[in-house]
Design a protein around this ligand. Structure first.
Ligand SMILES: Cc1cc2nc3c(=O)[nH]c(=O)nc-3n(C[C@H](O)[C@H](O)[C@H](O)COP(=O)(O)OP(=O)(O)OC[C@H]3O[C@@H](n4cnc5c(N)ncnc54)[C@H](O)[C@@H]3O)c2cc1C
Length: 465
């Protein structure tokens, strides 16, 4: 395993590297947010991105707390000019029971912000383009191939174009690529088998949604084996997915690209919403996406967004956590490179920011997989407004850490979940297993083309809110 400061050889070692203040690996929401913030502050920034945007990416439901950040970056109007679906709350339920629980973010203890669901191809392209506008050098289709030197104030990488790039700091925003975590050997899967996950998903047209302002409510429908999401990403297009355990699918004799249909066929609520849906017969698959790279900052580097850790997408936290942490990391970097903050102090601040803002979600995610959590959550109200506090947490009110009024209620809510296991505080609800349901295969009336057609369709600039 290479140490932080060791060098690995590369062909480009002989050519003079192109120099910047900050190198950013990855041009997703985390990388672009850092690039926009740093370049606007006058730093020389280079983003090396593996793909060409627009490119498909899963993760379309954004948390309300993202809106103030977009406002701060002066980007809210730009994003709202893209096709999107306004989102005011969410819907939770069991996948066999049409009586679902809906809430709006305004029901939370803290005021909510208007937010949206959006196709990531559009959002991510806009953010990366804005990094260019801010003055960053952006290379698409040019991934980092090797980290050649990683030390305080002195980093060097080689990209796919064979050239060497040097800077004072490397921000790893490579998402699941986790280039620094892999280089340092710090990428670890979570020990808990319950947190190992695989996701099957696709975009469809013609999915039925709730009416009115609830149209944009992401629908989360639960079963013992896993959960479904239905997220309207535009007035007509819906992202549909099923998240489960690899150990469960290993028992089935179903091709991975047919797993979504297999599961929908056994989930009455989802099946009913998709009765008139059109879309590809095959789904996409993402496996092995729960891991943590620690430390999240070290000599010469910071890990932002999914490059640092990814636990579970149940509460749609990914983009907001990625952008918030990356914006904070960029602010610290500006002060560090201006000599106002030592590298050690910047790292300590960043680590604390990441730990404090993510820990409430990690707690909620771990609790979500307990049936008692679902029973309490489906009840929709609780003493001392604990349910309102949970809604505010789910809106992303956790930065730089949740306020006290949320924290103690969250602790109390966790105590209720533990108690509910032994004493019914709210009414018991039957578990639902997909394996008990007689399958009724979904008939996808025609297909709306292959995945690429969905992905690269040019964004038409129409506001739909
Ligand atoms: C099944 C599932 C559902 C999800 N649903 C939601 C949701 O509803 N809402 C939500 O907010 N989040 C959701 N997420 C999470 C969300 O997708 C991520 O958290 C988010 O994309 C993180 O942004 P990022 O910029 O850190 O990483 P990414 O968006 O993954 O961007 C990383 C970029 O790095 C590039 N890259 C990779 N390797 C290299 C390399 N070697 N060199 C250069 N570039 C490289 C990639 O091409 C990519 O563009 C979901 C995730 C999963 C798995």
């Amino acid at each position: 395993m290479p140490t932080a400061a060791t060098t690995s050889t590369s062909d480009s070692a002989t050519t003079a590297p192109e120099r910047f203040d900050v190198l950013i690996a990855g041009g997703g929401p985390a990388g672009s947010t850092a690039a926009i913030t740093l370049a606007r502050a006058g730093l020389r920034v280079c983003v090396l991105e593996k793909d060409h945007h627009p490119r498909f990416h899963i993760g379309e439901s954004i948390l309300p707390r993202n809106t103030p950040l977009l406002r701060e970056l002066n980007l809210e109007a730009h994003v709202r000019a893209l096709p999107h679906m306004s989102k005011y709350g969410a819907e939770f339920g069991f996948a066999n029971d049409p009586a679902t629980r809906r809430f709006t973010f305004n029901d939370g203890l803290l005021p909510g912000f208007p937010v949206f669901n959006i196709e990531r191809a559009h959002l991510d392209k806009l953010l990366l383009d804005q990094a260019r506008v801010a003055g960053a050098t952006v290379h698409e289709g040019n991934p980092v191939r090797s980290i050649d030197h990683l030390a305080e104030g002195d980093v060097r990488v080689t990209a796919a174009d064979g050239r060497s790039y040097a800077a004072k700091l490397l921000i790893d925003a490579s998402g699941h690529g986790t280039i620094v975590g892999r280089h340092l050997g710090t990428r670890k899967a979570f020990d808990e088998p319950e947190l190992q996950k695989v996701a099957y998903f696709q975009h469809f047209e013609g999915v039925r949604h709730l009416a009115g302002i609830e149209h944009g409510h992401p629908g989360i429908f639960m079963s013992d084996e896993g959960w479904f999401w239905l997220i309207a990403v535009s007035p007509t297009k819906t992202s549909v997915g099923f998240v489960t355990r690899p150990s469960f699918v290993r028992q089935l004799d179903v091709p991975p690209t047919k797993l979504l249909q297999w599961a929908i066929a056994r989930a009455p609520v989802v099946r009913e919403r998709m009765a008139n849906a059109t879309g590809p017969a095959d789904n996409q698959v993402l496996a092995d996406f729960s891991y943590k790279c620690r430390p999240c900052a070290g000599p010469g580097y910071m890990l932002v967004g999914d490059a640092g850790a990814f636990l579970d997408p149940i509460f749609s936290t990914g983009v907001t956590l990625a952008m918030m942490a990356s914006h904070h990391a960029a602010g610290l970097t500006i002060r560090q490179l201006a000599g106002q903050l030592s590298p050690a102090a910047a790292r300590a601040d960043y680590t604390s920011f990441v730990e404090r803002s993510t820990s409430p979600f990690w707690s909620l995610i771990r609790t979500y997989y307990k049936h008692e959590f679902r029973e309490l959550f489906m009840e929709g109200s609780g003493p001392m407004s604990v349910h309102k506090a949970v809604i505010s947490l789910l809106a992303g009110q956790v930065f730089p850490k949740p306020v006290w009024t949320l924290r103690w209620r969250h602790t109390l809510f966790n105590a209720f979940v533990r108690l509910q296991k032994h004493v019914p505080l709210v009414r018991r609800r039957a578990r639902f297993s997909l394996l008990t349901e007689t399958p009724a295969p979904l008939s996808l009336t025609g297909t709306s083309g292959d995945r690429q057609a969905v992905i690269v369709s040019a964004p038409t600039l129409v506001g739909v809110s």
